[in-house]
Design a protein around this ligand. Structure first.
Ligand SMILES: O=C(O)[C@H](O)[C@@H](O)[C@H](O)[C@H](O)COP(=O)(O)O
Length: 247
């Protein structure tokens, strides 16, 4: 089931990141007024991390009860713990390390490369973590908001055009090899997991994303434009700057 789709365009990448941060904080506050916990999925990429930095710089973040927020990742580069290129490392630097009210147990990073296990093992580990926080009879929590960056090839998370990981079903996570975007090994949520989420927000900036935005919004098939399949059951929100929306 896919919900409403909205497209919002902001003047440039800086306003986009600030507006996405303000929207995220407001959504968390709205959700917290009716229930706890709230589950939010973070993304890597420049715009995704800029958005997290904007959350860190916002006074409104102090209105959020972070003890009731669980943070997950849509994908992760399969690199050693602490590697500067890990999405987790960048998210901690941009935001998480500044949230003193956020319990460590509320942060659920995807496994780091340990020199012993492969990405399939890492994907299995994350599926087990999702299951630990799932409601009775489910394999994973229902994510309230999934943040996704998007590549110029319309990839989201680590689901790339024509890559077999994009066709995996029956599982919430998948190990990715030969990623066209370095590094080659990653862990990703599957489309099935993304599509089970309440809201999916695709945040994209820059003229180099314009063709991908156009294909994604035109409903191209997921093999050519994975972003087209990144939908939420309640809402799919495209947050763009004017350059990315120029087509
Ligand atoms: O691990 C990753 O690389 C990201 O999760 C990836 O999906 C990213 O969000 C897009 O590639 C957009 O990245 P940019 O915003 O830097 O273009």
């Amino acid at each position: 089931m896919t919900g409403q789709r909205l497209v919002v365009v902001h003047p440039d990448a800086e306003v986009l990141a600030e507006a996405a941060a303000a929207r995220l904080l407001t959504r968390i506050l709205d959700l917290q007024s009716v229930r706890s916990p709230v589950h939010v999925v973070l993304t890597g990429g420049t715009v995704g991390i800029k958005t997290l930095a904007a959350v860190a710089n916002s006074t409104v973040r102090h209105a959020v009860d972070w003890t009731g927020v669980h943070l997950w990742w849509g994908d992760e580069r399969y690199l050693p713990d602490g590697d500067a290129d890990r999405n987790e490392t960048q998210a901690r630097g941009a935001l998480l390390d500044h949230l003193d009210g956020l319990p460590a147990g509320n942060v659920h990073p995807m496994p780091a490369a340990d020199g012993e296990h492969d990405v399939d093992w890492a994907a299995e580990q994350y599926a087990a973590e999702l299951a630990r926080f799932a409601p009775e009879g489910s394999a994973a929590p229902v994510f309230d908001v999934v943040l996704l960056g998007m590549g110029p090839d319309a990839h989201v998370a680590s689901l790339f055009p024509g890559h077999p990981a994009g066709t995996v079903t029956g599982r919430p996570t998948v190990g990715v090899r030969s990623s066209p975007k370095p590094p080659p090994e990653r862990v990703s949520l599957t489309f099935e997991m993304i599509q089970a989420s309440s809201e999916v927000w695709i945040i994209a900036a820059g003229a180099e994303k314009a063709d991908a935005v156009s294909a994604g919004l035109a409903g191209a098939d997921r093999a050519t434009a994975p972003a087209a399949a990144a939908t939420g059951t309640r809402l799919t929100l495209w947050l763009l700057d004017s350059a990315a929306a120029s087509r």
